[in-house]
Design a binder for this molecule. Structure first.
Ligand code: UTP
Length: 230
């Protein structure tokens, strides 16, 4: 029987907070290597600081959101290459430029890593689309926050951590945060939330700064993040 495929959306700011965090990239790669005995991984990397810097510079040079997104997408690819370098021996050797290519590659490789695709979206959406294409039943969103909160805990002292929520509740929360601007942060992209809802794919939101939580999400153990399910 083929190994289960887990899809991950990894926030670019974890891999490249300012400059690439080589130690962190090696550490997270080690987790995928360890668990690749039992699982296959479809990983999408975010753009992080570079994506924001490029999107902002683009807008200053020529005010066009499409171009700002295109600049930011290249940062997601650059970050995907960093992870690919750390997982060379077990990963598909290319960054797929289509979902079909990624699906095909997962038939023969334990790990496939992708960056962004088209303007107007984010790597969260790419991850959920990829999960749909490859029939992955679980998406793990790894970011700088340890879970989904009722409101932004940095701004609101009354913000409460949500342990489990329904897809529709996630979609509502994501819609409230959506600005559709290149390099801006949402809890989870609203389109990604809607796609997760339509397919009923389970979502796990964990902090990339607590790698034991990531491992628990991978192995199906109880973690300290948020679970989104039917
Ligand atoms: P990210 O997915 O990294 O957005 O894409 P983010 O939410 O800012 O994530 P972190 O900070 O890495 O966690 C960065 C930007 O790249 C463009 C968008 O402008 C997005 O905001 N992008 C990315 C696309 O236009 N299409 C894609 O498929 C992916």
């Amino acid at each position: 029987m083929k190994k289960e495929i887990i899809t991950l959306s990894i926030g670019g700011s974890l891999l490249v907070p300012d400059i690439p965090d080589v130690e962190y990239i090696k550490k997270i790669a080690k987790i995928f290597r360890k668990h690749s005995k039992k699982y296959r991984f479809a990983i999408v990397t975010g753009g992080g600081a570079d994506a924001r810097v490029y999107a902002r510079a683009m807008r200053q040079i020529y005010k066009n959101e499409f171009l700002a997104d295109q600049g930011a997408i290249l940062s997601t690819w650059q970050n995907a290459y960093l992870l690919l370098a750390a997982l060379q021996e077990i990963s598909y050797k290319k960054l797929p430029s289509s979902f079909d290519e990624a699906a095909e590659a997962l038939d023969h490789n334990d790990i496939v890593i992708m960056g962004g695709t088209i303007p107007g979206t984010t790597t969260d959406t790419v991850a959920v689309l990829l999960a749909e294409r490859i029939d992955s039943k679980r998406v793990i969103n790894v970011s700088n926050v340890d879970a989904i909160y009722t409101s932004d805990p940095k701004k609101d002292k009354k913000a409460k951590k949500i342990k489990t929520m329904k897809h529709i509740e996630l979609a509502k929360l994501a819609a409230e945060k959506d600005t559709r601007k290149a390099g801006e942060n949402f809890v989870f992209d609203v389109l990604a939330a809607k796609l997760l809802t339509r397919s009923g794919i389970e979502g796990h939101f964990v902090s990339g700064n607590k790698l034991d939580d990531l491992e628990k999400a991978i192995t199906g153990k109880k973690h300290n993040g948020t679970i989104v399910k039917k």
